[in-house]
Design a protein around this ligand. Sequence first.
Ligand code: PLP
Length: 423
Amino acid sequence: MSDFKSGLEYALQQDQNDELKSYRNIFHIPKDTDGNELIYMTGNSLGLQPKQTKDYVNQELEDWANLGVEGHTEAKNPWLPYHEFLTQSMANVVGAKPIEVIVMNTLTANLHFMMVSFYQPTEKRFKILIESDAFPSDKYAVESQLRHHGFDDKEGLILWKPRKNEELLRYEDLETILKEQGGEIALIMIGGVNYYTGQYFDLKRITELGHKFGCKVGFDCAHGAGNVELNLHDSGADFAVWCTYKYLNSGPGSLAGCFVHERHAHNKTLNRFTGWWSHNKQTRFNMRDEFDQLSGAEGWQLSNPPILSMAAIRASLDLFNEVGIKKLTQKSKKLTSYFEFLINQLGEDVIRIITPKNPAERGCQLSIQVINADKSLHDKLTKAGVISDWREPDVIRCAPVPLYNSFEDVYHLVEKLKSILNE
Ligand SMILES: *Cc1c(COP(=O)(O)O)cnc(C)c1O
């Protein structure tokens, strides 16, 4: 990927040759007050709205208006089995089998529900291992699980840390922790793609390592789903969770995804929290039956789901299905490597990319440390029409998303950054 060229001409030419270029037009791109399109680099925080989302949501609003409760069975897309319309597409996006995937609840809620089943501490084996720079919500969630089971949340939490003066995590260090304390660790819970550094972990390697030491292994793939080829089934992980409002473009606070590996699909003895939606579908509405556990990831549902949110997810997944995650990640690798090429031209004395250099160890996001910068840099970028994300003390995160960001976007972003740094 070293044949990139600088200059606008090259960027425009890459866009011309881009097989996926037409997809940008089917998204709403936010504009400034003068009507100019902003350079939107925060699809890792909230993905943009596909234009067709409105139609998908309107369809359900209309059916509700016209049919009332009958919509459960009579709507164009009946609400009773509505979540099933999402299953195959979502399974494709995360590399899972349909029986392993369900869309339900929100992300942190799903993480808790998964820990109800897969964090089963004993007096000897009760610790939870996470990455030291885990997303705060994940850290709070695992700490509260430790307390919930009567353990000290400091003693019970083991952090996989980067070495001194490094940001990225090394597998050798994870192995060392496991060799020393593996017998005390009940659960390994790692962000599949770290939200801060953009490091995409080898899920299979971590899972195999964890299982070798008798630990359960789960991943939070909020920054992975729709961004990288996750291959969750092949990873062998016990569970995974992710949200759909980041790379999956399904709207603020939309429902989350959940993966439970096939080997647990028919295990009815696993501890879990249940509701009527975890009950056998065939007899759910008999209402007075003894509880009959539904198989597969579906069996972790509690409630009848919010159809309006699912309609937005469906609108987005239909696009992912059309393109396919393979083509998407192909473009993504090129776009992000081009971004890296331009950033590196600014010089290492000014800027340093924290995210791994190897395209197989990252998604589209680059986390860029700007030497001697403070938040005013981010404010200037925003004023210049770039929507990016600032992390204290000195890191900008930018995520060129292959579905709607262009080479031209990336070119202008770096040009604007350059001129601000030269001020
Ligand atoms: C975005 C994100 C969250 C947010 O959690 P919600 O429950 O959706 O509010 C949690 N964890 C990770 C790793 C995230 O990237």
